[in-house]
Design a binder for this molecule. Sequence first.
Ligand code: PLP
Length: 377
Amino acid sequence: MKPKIWLSSPHMGGTELNYVHEAFDTNWVAPLGPNVDNFEKDIASFLKEDVHVAALSSGTAGLHLALILLGIQPGDEVICQSMTFSATANPIAYIGAKPVFVDSEADTWNMSPQLLEAAIKDRIAKGKTPKAIIPVHLYGIPARMKEIQAIADKYDIPVIEDAAEALGSSIDGKMCGTFGAINVLSFNGNKIITTSGGGALVTHNKEIAAKARFLATQARDAAPHYQHSHIGYNYRMSNICAGIGRGQMEVLNKRIEQRRRIYDLYYSRLSKVEGISFIEEQPGCFSNRWLTTILVDPVKTNGVTREDVRLALEKENIESRPLWKPMHLQPVFEGAPFYGDGTSEKLFNDGLCLPSGSNLTDDDMNRIFEVMDGLLK
Ligand SMILES: *Cc1c(COP(=O)(O)O)cnc(C)c1O
């Protein structure tokens, strides 16, 4: 069996261990310390704005805290992009709030502004104004943040930006992760950079950031004994993980370049194949191309489906994966309100994520293309 080619695996730059050693040498082996402080500064400066960053144990923790910090209560409704990883929607359930799912648009695969407004109007007509809106930048492709923000402003609803897949993506030069009232990043093992596991909450509001750090460290009031007037969480990033993050930040721009090159290789090789299509950047938008994705239209490929492609790759020990299965089709969210026109369901049926790691070699790419060429003449 040839070695496994992964969808997206960790890619160390080489300096990460220096920061980890430093943590050991100074005994900062704790969920706080200089690596955490400096990692937060590195992220803020990468985002090119006056933002405050709280490094956390995961992106999911960031989304949970974001909902708490916006005052979401049990029974409140929260609008969420349907086509996404379940981690976007689960924190709504942690709180006992109710997700209302909105479909994607074909151009960005992200939340449709038109359907968002239709959903808000209908929820208000039914007697409940949604308390937050969570758009996602799937696979690093920016959502239509300007249009979404304009609608959010019109109805005075805060936006939580799930930028877990979009570190380094931007719209008219403004970085993803800086658009919402609260924004969330992820450094899980498969993301564009990783801390092995981790995330961050990003906000322009200093008080919100301070409160996020407070809640993430068990909500300890200022007192010599342990005193609590809030329910707290253990959500801070460890100083060891932040050390990995510091090294990864040194190579982030290189990783973006490498992922974009992988996309270009796929595009130049496959875009002319009948029935295969790619998602392009919208005007003014820049994508980190976290994962390269294709749509496979069996009507035009002589019957070859995305599942045929996936299985053929799997046979050669190459990992690929269908696009995210929309939340409104997930058994766990059965019965949740959904506003859609079938777009995300169609994308899910035809879409495939291809191996996209920045560490793929030319040999790896040749193995992948060999399978694709054999299948799609
Ligand atoms: C990875 C991911 C998350 C969750 O991040 P974790 O750090 O794994 O908890 C949330 N939303 C999206 C869209 C993601 O891809």
